[in-house]
Design a binder for this molecule. Structure first.
Ligand SMILES: [Zn+2]
Ligand SMILES: [Zn+2]
Ligand SMILES: [Zn+2]
Length: 333
């Protein structure tokens, strides 16, 4: 089963038109031959057409040829092989033409339903909804004319919402007459890369391209693609959740960091320099001429790592009067 030999639903507009033309021609040819046959019978046989075994057999032959003729462009070429086998069995078993006609009518209805309701690769979500609704209408015994006008109405509504580019795409697809053309179009839609593609998109498109290259049946490709897209969506969801977790963790981390920095700043603000002179304990100025007034030797030791804290004086007077006792306490050796 390859794309070249197995026609698939949904049909393009061009395919629908072609099928209608061929069907009309087939029907009028069959009707012409049946008319001719019954006229021949009436003018040559005495029994009457409905009772004439010879011409009734010829009539069956005409129906059989018309119903089982296999050629592209006929609606029957879209049907599964079971249908043709059924017809052959019915003709072989001498089923009445009424029964055979009834079987053909039912299959034709199914063909119309399949062509109107089968999802396509490039179907817009709205188109899919319309197809679901159309299938319901088919199931509820709504007349073909009503279903047709429902579908036409919906597709006109949709068309008016499409961008010019999308309309152009749709028009191209509608024009595809052969399965090969339709296949090529669907391939373009499914596999053409876009600048916004993720690495995963690129990977999937390569995979689908291979399926098209191998001429896998369109319906098989469609189900693979639908599964891949669903998987990609659930992967994207998992990734999205992971990213959300990461973002939350990062936010918590940032908050903790900000709180720590704020507490450091607060500590620095609260740090008060007290004069190191014994019995003084005044608060030292942080700005102005007396700021940074401290013991030079303590500074040196602090730089060398031998001291934890600087020693500050509150005023030059305090420094002058207390340098001696300070040195005696801290720098006597
Ligand atoms: Zn006859
Ligand atoms: Zn000192
Ligand atoms: Zn002081």
């Amino acid at each position: 089963m390859t794309a070249d030999t197995q026609p698939t639903y949904p049909l393009t507009k061009a395919q629908v038109d072609e099928i209608a033309l061929v069907h009309e021609a087939d029907t009028s040819e069959l009707e012409g031959r049946l008319k001719e046959l019954s006229e021949t019978c009436q003018s040559t046989c005495a029994t009457g057409f409905s009772k004439c075994a010879t011409h009734q057999n010829e009539m069956r032959k005409l129906y059989q040829d018309a119903y089982t003729a296999a050629s592209p462009g006929r609606w029957t070429s879209y049907r599964p092989a079971e249908y043709n086998n059924d017809l052959k069995k019915m003709f072989d078993a001498q089923a009445t033409i009424e029964k055979i006609n009834d079987r053909a009518r039912r299959e034709k209805m199914q063909h119309i339903k399949d062509s109107q309701c089968t999802f396509g690769l490039s179907d817009h979500a709205t188109v899919k909804n319309t197809k679901i609704r159309a299938a319901e209408l088919h199931g509820s015994g709504t007349s073909s004319a009503d279903i047709d006008s429902y579908i036409i109405e919906e597709s006109e509504k949709l068309l008016s919402t499409l961008t010019p580019e999308q309309q152009e795409f749709q028009a191209e697809y509608d024009k595809s007459k052969s399965e090969a053309e339709k296949y090529a179009y669907l391939r373009t839609i499914a596999c053409a890369t876009k600048p916004t593609d993720t690495p995963r998109d690129v990977e999937l498109k390569l995979k689908w391209t291979k399926l098209f290259d191998n001429k896998a049946p369109y319906n098989d490709i469609l189900s693979v693609m639908e599964k891949d897209i669903a998987d990609a969506k659930s992967n994207a969801l998992i990734l999205e959740n992971r990213l959300a977790d990461l973002r939350n963790a990062q936010a918590a981390n940032n908050k903790a960091k900000a709180a720590k920095e704020e507490s450091k700043r607060k500590q620095a603000r609260d740090a008060i320099r007290r004069c190191c002179s014994e019995g003084c304990g005044s608060v030292c100025e942080l700005n102005g001429p007396n700021a940074d007034l401290g013991c030079e030797r303590c500074f040196g030791m602090k730089e060398e790592g031998a001291l934890q804290n600087y020693s500050w004086f509150c005023s030059p007077e305090c420094a002058k009067t207390n340098a001696g006792s300070h040195n005696a306490r801290f720098h006597s050796t």
